[in-house]
Ligand binder design. Sequence first.
Ligand SMILES: Nc1ncnc2c1ncn2[C@@H]1O[C@H](COP(=O)(O)OP(=O)(O)OP(=O)(O)O)[C@@H](O)[C@H]1O
Ligand SMILES: [Mg+2]
Length: 356
Amino acid sequence: MEPKEITKYGIELNNDSLKPLIVDLEGAAILLGRSVAQIRRLIKIGELVPMPGVRRNRFEVEYLKQWMASKRLYSGAMKVITLANQKGGVSKTTTTLNIGYDLASRGYKVLLIDLDPQGSLSVIFDVYNLSDFTIYDLLDKFITNKMNIIKQVIKPTIDSAAGHENLFIIPCSDKMSDMFDSLNKRPGGKVLLKHILLGIKDEYDFVLIDTPPLRLDLAIQMPLNASNFVLIPMIPDKLSFDAMERFKEILNEIIYFENPDLNILGCLFSLYKDNLPAHAIIREQTELQIPVFKTNIPYRTQVYEAHLVKQPLAKFISASDIAVFYSQLTDEILDSIGDIIDKQKHLNEEEVMNGN
Ligand SMILES: Nc1ncnc2c1ncn2[C@@H]1O[C@H](COP(=O)(O)OP(=O)(O)OP(=O)(O)O)[C@@H](O)[C@H]1O
Ligand SMILES: [Mg+2]
């Protein structure tokens, strides 16, 4: 056996090559680009398995490399997803909350941004209309204050329950309506959020942006300019279908003229009843126009109850079918993002091969 040297991270070095072979928690955190707390969380939920037969947490570097490769998203860049539909009451906020919590429970570091002056998402986390900093201040002061203000505006979602240590929120306040009006007049208004998020691009795996209804102005254009993906929550009725058709036009214009990196993840139906033919018809018509998630979120009174106690469904009633539906949706979102990224990689490789 080669003699081993233990570094301050407990990394055992092979003296010949000076390459680490085994790392401790801190070493694993460095290799995976995560905090020690996140590594502990991943161990707790069984995502990451330390070396067997060793009393302290130790990991073979080769295992960590393979683990990282199997989590194609984990090592990748921050993904920004806007949830938008100008139609009101279609479950934008409920979807943001539940997939945000699900992603965080799986070990991803997630930032929620509440852009809706109604502040429903902020109310759930008890951070609406704070006297402290909100998204209003971030947009207002970013140009002069840069990173200082970002750090102050991101709040933890305080709770000891699993999932919350990875879940953060930028809260909203009712002043946001005025901010949208003033940003509409500023030449850089549309891309302000994009520049802000560039400053934290290495700190989060996912950013989910909850947007207000009834607006097609900067309140929608600014988050879509900052995003790689858009998810369109819908309810299966004709009015929602008509709104989706109009929204699709807006999306196409933004992708064409402003943000070619934006991908449509798809429409998600909530309040869906399997035994109602009218719902199936709307779903089929939508599928002809735009990608639709296989998962339909059913109508369940537990959604109201969970909102009442300000909790994500997976925490409020984890054994219920609605929590399982949201988890299936999270799987689908991860798969779709992975597929889109693979397709883009393939296209880039083809371009290189063709010398473009
Ligand atoms: N699957 C569901 N079953 C039953 N009720 C639901 C379901 N999903 C959402 N709701 C309820 O529908 C209402 C609207 O949901 P939500 O606030 O998430 O929609 P929204 O699109 O964010 O609304 P707004 O446009 O006002 O921001 C809420 O009262 C919520 O509790
Ligand atoms: Mg909402």
